[in-house]
Design a binder for this molecule. Structure first.
Ligand SMILES: Cc1cc2nc3c(=O)[nH]c(=O)nc-3n(C[C@H](O)[C@H](O)[C@H](O)COP(=O)(O)OP(=O)(O)OC[C@H]3O[C@@H](n4cnc5c(N)ncnc54)[C@H](O)[C@@H]3O)c2cc1C
Length: 326
């Protein structure tokens, strides 16, 4: 039996940089936002110790600390931050229906989706061990490449993103070894040519990861095997980058929202609008290109402003706030 239905002006799903930024703007615009944090309060950044590229932190900041500060800022303007996992939605009618933990039903005038995406990993025990230790495994070259300047790294993947990331790393690192599982790339010809023409990128085809090697604390190499000959060899490396794709956390929306073939929500270009009026998207749930905290925060701002304007157009008693700008 559903509990009493709650009505809210603005429901935000997700507590990463996109969700909290949307909350700051929505709260300051009198939209009284309710935000559900999901199973990972603070989002992806809570899994990293060093964030050095978010503006405003000249000395860098740990991911968990930064996300606590974003939460505090959202709460300062009375965002109602709650624990809970959104399990179902129904966007078929004028009222946007959302269920939390399968029981609580909420009817929201506007919904801002900020559910992010999860990087895919190989799933090897050694990979997960050094990932959790923060000891040299990463799924984001732009985020972490800087920490491996003048060092040797290995990257796994064969698509456009993997080529992009390998090329990015090649400008920072002494040597990049790229492991490609098949005997060809999946990437576009132009991206493939870019890595093939970069002197300090070595490409190993038909090659897979056997183990990530290390001293118990940090990575110091990668054992690989040729999947045609089964021959193994070790590659010295201090960083192991995994670039085999991301999975956006959007399954619950698939019956109502337009998604691309990977599951990213398709937004109206230049806005946070989805194909359903009153439902907006921000952050990595719609972004397969940039996937950065600052871009997630930027689109969180856009979603709150779009939601505010939608509400104002729908309800003449709701005034667009001027507080957004002061
Ligand atoms: C290890 C690592 C290091 C990184 N380092 C950097 C860096 O240094 N600099 C940088 O700019 N970027 C970095 N990134 C990328 C950055 O973390 C992401 O781009 C950013 O967090 C995306 O923000 P988001 O708000 O879109 O989503 P996320 O941070 O992914 O947050 C998604 C939120 O949605 C919630 N959620 C999901 N589904 C539901 C549901 N059904 N119901 C309720 N809640 C739900 C989750 O609990 C979570 O709170 C890093 C990523 C990783 C994994």
């Amino acid at each position: 039996m559903a509990e009493d239905i709650e009505k809210v002006k603005c429901l935000i799903i997700g507590s990463g940089p996109a969700g909290y930024t949307a909350a700051i703007y929505a709260a300051r615009a009198n939209m009284e936002p309710v935000l559900y944090q999901g199973s990972q309060p603070g989002g992806q950044l809570t899994t990293t110790n060093e964030v050095e590229n978010f503006p405003g932190y000249p000395e860098g900041v740990t991911g968990p600390e930064m996300m606590l500060q974003l939460q505090a800022q959202a709460e300062r303007f009375e965002t109602d931050v709650r624990n809970g996992w959104v399990t179902k939605v129904d966007f078929s009618g004028d009222i946007h229906k959302v269920w939390v933990n399968d029981t609580k039903e909420i009817h929201a005038d506007t919904v801002i989706i900020s559910t992010g995406a999860s990087a895919k990993y190989l799933g090897l025990e050694s990979e997960q061990k050094y990932l959790k230790l923060g000891g040299g495994v990463s799924a984001c070259a732009v985020c972490d490449g800087f920490f491996y300047r003048n060092q040797e790294v290995v990257i796994v993947g064969a698509g456009d993103s993997a080529c992009e990331e390998a090329h990015y790393l090649s400008k920072l690192c002494k040597k990049v070894t790229m492991l490609v599982r098949r005997d060809e790339f999946r990437a576009s010809k132009i991206m493939e040519a870019r890595v093939r023409n970069t002197e300090n990128i070595e490409i190993l085809f038909n090659t897979e990861t056997d183990e990530v090697l290390g001293d118990g604390q940090v990575v110091n190499g990668v054992r690989v095997f040729n999947n045609k000959t089964n021959e193994k060899h070790d590659i010295p490396a201090t960083g192991f980058f995994v670039a085999i794709g991301h999975k956006p956390n959007t399954d619950i929306f698939k019956d109502y929202l337009d998604l691309d073939e990977t599951g990213y929500i398709i937004n109206v270009p230049g806005t946070s609008k989805t194909n359903v009026e009153g439902v907006f998207v921000s952050g990595d749930a719609a972004d397969h290109v940039y996937r950065q905290a600052v871009t997630a925060a930027g689109t969180g701002c856009m979603a709150a402003l779009d939601a505010e304007r939608y509400l104002a157009a729908k309800d003449s008693t709701f005034e667009v706030s001027t507080s957004t700008y002061n």
